[in-house]
Write a protein that binds this ligand. Sequence first.
Ligand code: PMP
Length: 359
Amino acid sequence: MLSCVSDNPQLRPAVDALPAYVPGARAGATSFKLSSNENPYPVHPAVLAAIVDAAQDTNRYPDMHASELCEAIAGMIGVRAEEVVAGNGSVAVLAHVLGAFVDAGDEVVLPWRSFEAYPIAIQVAGGTGVRVPLAAGGRLDLPAMAAAVTERTKVVLVCTPNNPTGPAVHADELDAFLAAVPRHVVVVLDEAYVEFVRDPEAPDGVEVYAAHPNVVLLRTLSKAYGLAGLRVGYAVARPRLAAGIRAVATPFGVSHVAQRAAIAAIGVQDRLLEIVDELVDERTRLVDLLTAQGWDLPETQANFVWLPLGEQTVARAAEAASAGVVVRPFAGEGIRVSVGEPEATDLFCEIAAGWREGV
Ligand code: PMP
């Protein structure tokens, strides 16, 4: 007779203790949704046409490893297709990367505050997250992150631009960091917002990748390419590592419709990157308006701004929502506001001006 601890199935303790990933609230018909860093522009007609066309093959499984899509991505960024692993959003690809490199008890160094999915993915992978606080101005503290690497570290997550604070790492600090980190440690450069970066001191991720075999790039088509709802992200890694990440991935993880839509989006990327330019202009307008109101914002290189509101955060987010703008609160810390339509910028700035009164 087996002795059992309980009559009921037990979740893994790590799963029981997972922090929640709270998605951006849904916006009502009359509100602007600035809570999930989405692209507010309508889907490009060529992408829509590809979706409709691909839907006809829904009775068939998709290309298991999305080879044509990986070729399109490889051509777009200048690597080989065997170095590209596509997945069901870059958050899933991150889980696969961790699954490929992290054993129970291994350490993963991460900046904090950063993307809320990181601690969850690390814990699910069985790893131990080592959180390194941000430096002033919401910037990653790369020297402190390098110093946090121990013999048990397998992966370091570098989020650039950092979600939710906004700054991008600089090329010189990243070079020094990569020189300090042992070469067997995988450094994931999460560049979900790379297309929005205009900081001349920011590195070219693909060049950094080419120079460092332990760097894995993580990118997405959710933001600049406007495909958040279809879930397409990718990793770029040396072929042997890419093969390992692919082996961990969910079979047929990217749907046929998503693959065809992503290929079509890459096909019209000139127009999509013009839209990114327009969003970057809108970001400048939002930052300028808020700065003129007296807000001291970290320097954003992404499609969002961070308002450090401390204990007022939850109340302010609720006020914004009832005034018609849904933003993302991080309780006790601040709110993140995505760059959306010009009307959304205007309305949010009106709300934020009210918060400055009496300051
Ligand atoms: N990395 C960062 C830093 C993000 O902010 C996000 C989206 N919020 C992702 C990865 C995941 O994006 P997706 O799964 O839509 O590709």
